[in-house]
Design a protein around this ligand. Structure first.
Ligand code: HEM
Length: 224
């Protein structure tokens, strides 16, 4: 049968394109971006959960989920490398969209955290907080990677270098953990309708108009 005249479904469009309106939905994250994001999340949690039992005996019980501490000691650095590689791919994928612009200076985090629905009308596809999280995540990933390499091949580094690396690795992971808890909360319970942007790839027009008004105007061409 000829495909002429057959409209692609929203899921078909969301495989390759984003920032387009399809019926009542707007495609926010194309398929490849969603896969990259979930790879980052998978490797992050694998590195986190295998790293915690190595970090402190308090979390020793967690090692049993992976087959013991020996497995964790082997798996943790490789999960960390996979996390760094996936994060670099995500960095390249999102770099152009995460550059701060002049509107970001006026974004008010206090007003945002009130969740009053009175979002700044100039918020584009990502607000300044999301962009800040993106850059902070990349910075923390680099700290974890570099200090992790020192700890992995510790025999090649001096004692002071190793001590500083242990401290920075611990601080970066605690900071990252807190940031991810906030990120998951904001991406799920705090703003209903956000999570599906990372699963189905789409958001409702109402969601876009409320949380990212300028992006909504851009993708709809200003039409209500
Ligand atoms: C279960 C865990 C996670 C959930 C539920 C989750 C959820 C989400 C959602 C729904 C979005 C889209 C937000 C939007 O379109 O406005 C997003 C974006 C993003 N995610 Fe995650 N995510 C998780 C884990 C992670 C991890 C481990 C990282 C590690 C760096 C990460 C980094 C990002 C970044 C940089 C963005 C773009 C900026 C932002 O929207 O904050 N995510 N995430």
């Amino acid at each position: 049968m000829s495909e002429i005249g057959v409209r692609p479904t929203v899921m078909q469009v969301a495989r390759e394109r984003e920032d387009v309106v399809v019926g009542d939905e707007i495609v926010r994250h194309k398929f490849s971006s969603r896969v990259i994001h979930w790879m980052v999340a998978l490797f992050f949690f694998t590195a986190l959960l295998t790293g915690m039992p190595i970090w402190s005996p308090v979390f020793g019980w967690m090692a049993y989920f992976f087959g013991g501490l020996t497995v964790c000691r082997w798996l943790h650095p490789w999960a960390g490398i996979a996390f760094a590689v996936a994060s670099l791919v995500m960095f390249v994928d999102w770099l152009a969209q995460m550059r701060f612009d002049e509107h970001d200076r006026h974004w008010n985090v206090i007003q945002y955290l009130r969740f009053s629905g009175a979002e700044d009308q100039e918020v584009g596809k990502y607000n300044a907080g999301q962009k800040g999280f993106f850059w902070a995540a990349m910075a923390m990933m680099l700290v974890l990677l570099l200090t992790g390499i020192v700890l992995w091949w510790s025999a090649y580094f001096s004692q002071p270098f190793r001590s500083v690396s242990i401290l920075l690795h611990s601080l970066a992971f605690i900071g990252f953990f807190c940031a991810i808890v906030a990120h998951i909360y904001l991406g799920t319970a705090a703003e209903p309708g956000t999570f599906r942007s990372m699963t189905r790839g789409t958001v409702s027009k109402a969601w876009a108009r409320l949380h990212h008004p300028r992006w909504f105007r851009e993708v709809t061409g200003g039409k209500p």
